[in-house]
Design a protein around this ligand. Structure first.
Ligand SMILES: Nc1ncnc2c1ncn2[C@@H]1O[C@H](COP(=O)(O)OP(=O)(O)OP(=O)(O)O)[C@@H](O)[C@H]1O
Ligand code: SF4
Ligand SMILES: [Mg+2]
Length: 391
């Protein structure tokens, strides 16, 4: 069984970790009986069923949150014909709302294509204009920043990608890769630059002599350390970690997770941690958001989400976590069919085409977000009659 506990002796050597063999939380058995491109044409205004979405009041800054996201939408145009006319939109992110506390980690999970990466990139304003919604970073709307302000803010908001090889220039020595943006942003005096670089590399488990080597001379885990060092060198406050360990050997994954946690402790970093690996997400995250077809269907504290998943989709997703105890019988909840296209999402609740609990209203009316217990939000008609927090 994987053990991410840094206190565990031998962990920093090669832990006997296998992601697929990670033991899911025992409590999951209790729930096992359920089933850049930028839009060039303005996307259509959609009728919203969500009162919150209809609200046009400005988003008020709450200093406990480094990031406040409200009803974020990012559509990609679908072009057709010789004139490349826009014939539709891929609604990759279709109304995502959450707040992220400073110094914490939010895990973002969901099936492939549900919009996790697009959400991360849209928050960082890396995919052109947003289609709608608000993104406040330290109280400032990211999409209202001027070019210069955005350039400055880039040091505070970083991203680490899944594939450490393709995100590193093969022709640059590692020292230059890590230090390039440090120089560009004039973050340290010239005389202190080399020491600064050595220090960052040391924190990320790299040796000073690695500076003169090229990415292809490193293993996958070391290359991800280089990516982390490059992000950290800019002294960021917030890092989007997009599947940062998925491409790595299972024995290396835990080392990188530990490194991210160490750096978070040392520098007070805030992470948005995107991953398919629910066990890793459970370990590293303080809060978890579950995405389906461009929306967060459930969101809350990690413990609440894992111990008491409420949304039928979350229950199905979590029922797939393997439990390596042959005496424990897991009942897998199988979602019918495949995930619909985000270019043509189903009417009403987007999950209704695959949900075993689907009711008539689910086919026509989109459910609204409800806070069932403090900080635990769910978007599902099953909870229409449940008294929400504050009601
Ligand atoms: N630049 C783009 N242009 C058009 N469509 C895009 C673009 N980027 C993403 N999409 C589409 O948006 C949807 C969401 O993609 P996204 O990469 O955000 O999903 P994901 O949840 O990160 O998936 P994965 O787990 O496979 O990484 C997909 O249907 C994808 O094809
Ligand atoms: S709203 Fe209806 S279809 Fe959607 S998840 Fe809930 S029960 Fe299933
Ligand atoms: Mg992705």
């Amino acid at each position: 069984m994987a053990n991410y506990d840094k206190k565990e002796p031998g962990f920093t050597q090669l832990p006997e970790m296998h992601s697929a063999g990670l033991r899911g939380p025992k409590h999951l058995n209790e729930h096992a009986d359920f089933i850049t491109s930028q839009p060039q044409d303005a996307p259509p205004k959609e009728k919203s069923h969500n009162k919150k979405e209809e609200s046009s009041s400005p988003l008020v800054y709450d200093p406990q949150y480094i990031l406040q996201v409200r009803d974020l939408k990012k559509y990609f145009p679908i072009k057709d014909g010789l004139l490349a006319r826009t014939v539709g939109y891929v609604k990759a992110v279709d109304g995502v709302t959450f707040n992220l506390k400073r110094g914490t980690t939010m895990g973002l999970v969901g099936e492939s294509g549900c919009g996790k990466t697009t959400t991360g990139r849209a928050i960082l304003r890396l995919s052109g204009d947003k289609t709608g919604g608000d993104v406040l970073f330290n109280g400032k709307e990211v999409y209202d920043l001027t070019k210069q302000e955005l350039h400055d803010a880039r040091t505070k908001m970083q991203i680490i990608f899944q594939d450490p090889f393709s995100s590193l220039s093969p022709r640059m020595p590692v020292g230059e890769i890590i230090g390039e943006a440090v120089k560009e942003h004039n973050l340290v005096p010239r005389a202190e630059y080399e020491d600064y670089l050595d220090n960052i590399m040391d924190k990320c488990g790299l040796q000073p002599f690695h500076k003169d080597r090229y990415p292809h001379e490193f293993s996958g885990g070391q290359r991800q350390r280089i990516c982390i060092a490059r992000a950290l060198a800019l002294n960021p406050e917030f890092v989007v970690c997009d599947e940062p360990v998925s491409a790595l050997d299972v024995s290396i994954q835990a080392q990188i997770i530990n490194l991210l946690e160490d750096l978070q402790d040392q520098f007070g970093l805030t992470y948005l941690f995107i991953s398919h690996d629910l066990s890793v997400v459970e370990h590293i995250s303080d809060t978890v958001g579950v995405m389906y077809l461009g929306n967060l269907v459930e969101y809350g504290a990690t413990e609440d989400i894992f111990r008491n998943p409420l949304h039928p989709y979350t229950k199905a997703l979590f029922s797939a976590i393997p439990v390596p105890d042959p005496t424990v019988k897991m009942k897998r909840i199988v979602l019918e069919g495949s995930i619909p296209s985000p270019a043509n999402p189903p009417e009403g609740c987007k999950v209704h085409t695959r949900c075993a609990n689907c009711m008539e209203q689910c086919k026509h009316v989109a459910p609204v977000q409800k806070e069932i217990e403090p900080g635990h939000f769910v978007v599902c008609h099953l909870y229409n009659d449940v008294k929400a927090v504050g009601e």
